[in-house]
Design a protein around this ligand. Structure first.
Ligand code: HEM
Length: 177
């Protein structure tokens, strides 16, 4: 027999799980590569939580850029270690070369996994920034995002390889109205 307090707890846990699992927005960034981005505003619209699904067992990348180019972008790369742990690196791209990992991350991992075909990662960041040298804010109006997929699982954990000319892109999204 389930007690009323136990039932209340179960219902509350279910409701919290539903609210946090539910993303209000979704866009297919690269339909042919199965790169789907979900997002929702959290923390009283001060932060955004993202969910990325990509058809790759290598790495995915997502970032904010001033004009949609790779240069001067505030971005993350995500991949799954051979031991099963999910790695999210906050990076800054100063040009068309490997983006360097930043010291103080402004993007934070919520969870990640990999199955036979796909990577799935959830992460969040504040819209405002802490370090203007390596962070770009998400403000009201249009935000330029950039994205990429790497086929190869980065065995050296700090290094990601060139995505190739067909596995990257940019999009304008209005996160905050
Ligand atoms: C080792 C890492 C990387 C290298 C060596 C690299 C290199 C390059 C090169 C040479 C180009 C110009 C040729 C082309 O269009 O493909 C380029 C373009 C581009 N890359 Fe990367 N990239 C890297 C990582 C990333 C990441 C992590 C992202 C996304 C978050 C990204 C997003 C883009 C985008 C959107 C373009 C086209 C716009 C532009 O020319 O800036 N790249 N990259």
């Amino acid at each position: 027999m389930i007690s009323p307090s136990h039932l209340t707890f179960v219902l509350l846990a279910f409701a919290i799980n539903f609210v946090y699992a539910n993303y209000a927005n979704v866009i297919d960034l690269m339909p042919n590569r199965g790169y789907r981005l979900h997002w929702k505003l959290i923390d009283n619209n001060q932060a955004i939580q993202f969910k990325v699904e990509v058809k790759s067992r290598g790495y995915f990348a997502l970032g904010v850029s001033k004009s949609g180019t790779m240069s001067n972008a505030d971005l993350v790369t995500g991949y799954v270690h051979l031991n099963g742990s999910s790695i999210l690196h906050d990076r800054y791209a100063s040009g068309q070369k490997m983006p360097e990992i930043v010291e103080k991350p402004n993007w934070h991992l919520v969870g990640g996994s990999r199955n036979e075909t796909h990577l799935t990662f959830e992460f969040k960041r504040n819209c405002a920034i802490e370090d203007p040298k390596v962070d770009l804010p998400i403000s009201k109006g249009i935000t330029h995002i950039i994205y990429a997929i790497g086929k190869v699982d980065p065995h050296d954990r700090s290094k990601v390889k060139y995505h190739g000319p067909k596995s990257r892109g940019s999009k304008e999204i209005q996160f905050l109205k």
